[in-house]
Design a protein around this ligand. Structure first.
Ligand SMILES: *C/C=C(C)/C=C/C=C(C)/C=C/C1=C(C)CCCC1(C)C
Length: 248
């Protein structure tokens, strides 16, 4: 392989393009959240720090993933799952911080973290050990196991503890914000299983011939929506309910 292959963006490669723009967008978002921290009330500073960490951790992984992808043309599965194993639990922390004022306990945070690690470990086994040759038994089984973790988080955000605590919150902005985040989990997170099913032997791979490069295309689009979008919702909650900003 030529060194230049690593440094140039192939003009006809949409996946490589999303790796490069994804990297830049995550980095810009992280800088934004870190700087805006100083504008919100103290009680919101941790939430914005976490938004910044999520996008910063993603930016670092995108930096390595785009090189890996451009150099090999393969899905950077391990880097992808290391990124998610750090950032998805941090998104659970966001839910916990938002509902803490309404009485959320640490046990809620642990339940969400365990469910997300369950979801991701099963997804990793499904992807990393997917057999060559198009037999989907392995990926369907582990995809199903993974989905149980996803459904648990979805249920908690819409009907379970997170939803109930947000409903009990006396802050209208938090109420509305948590509802929007629940929509992210329902719609934005549902993009990931679509990417997963583009793996060799996956349902979308066999039904529509969607190649495995689409795994990363869907993951990159979903990451941008979910990590930056999620962070902006949290940012909006923090800034609209900060006294500092209202009186300025
Ligand atoms: C920042 C990264 C995020 C929000 C990643 C979320 C990932 C998922 C919701 C992944 C879900 C999956 C399934 C529900 C089944 C198939 C395997 C996965 C891991 C792609």
């Amino acid at each position: 392989m030529n060194l230049l292959d690593v440094l140039i963006i192939p003009k006809d490669d949409a996946v490589a393009f999303t790796f490069f723009t994804g990297y830049m967008a995550m980095l810009a978002a992280a800088i934004f959240f870190f700087f805006e921290r100083s504008r919100v009330d103290d009680k919101w500073k941790t939430s914005l720090l976490v938004s910044g960490l999520i996008t910063f951790i993603a930016a670092v992984h995108y930096y390595y993933m785009r090189d890996y992808y451009v150099a090999t043309g393969e899905n950077p599965t391990s880097l992808r799952y290391i990124d998610w194993t750090l950032t998805v639990p941090l998104m659970c922390v966001e839910f916990y911080l938002l509902t803490k004022a309404a009485g959320a306990k640490l046990s809620l945070l642990w339940k969400l973290i365990i469910a997300s690690v369950w979801m991701l470990v099963a997804g990793y086994i499904g992807e990393a050990f997917n057999p060559e040759g198009g037999d989907s038994t392995h990926s369907v089984l582990w995809g199903f196991i993974s989905t149980l973790g996803y459904l648990y988080i979805l249920y908690t955000a819409w009907f379970g503890e997170v939803a109930q605590l947000a409903a009990a919150s006396d802050n209208e902005v938090v109420k509305r914000g948590v509802r929007i985040l629940a929509w992210f989990v329902l719609v934005g997170w549902a993009i990931y299983p679509i990417g997963y099913m583009c793996m060799p032997g996956g349902w979308l791979n066999t039904a529509f011939g969607w190649g495995s490069e689409n795994v990363d295309l869907f993951y990159n689009i979903a990451d941008a929506i979910n990590k930056i979008g999620f962070g902006l919702v949290v940012y909006n909650i923090a800034i609209t309910s900060s006294k500092k900003v209202q009186t300025a």
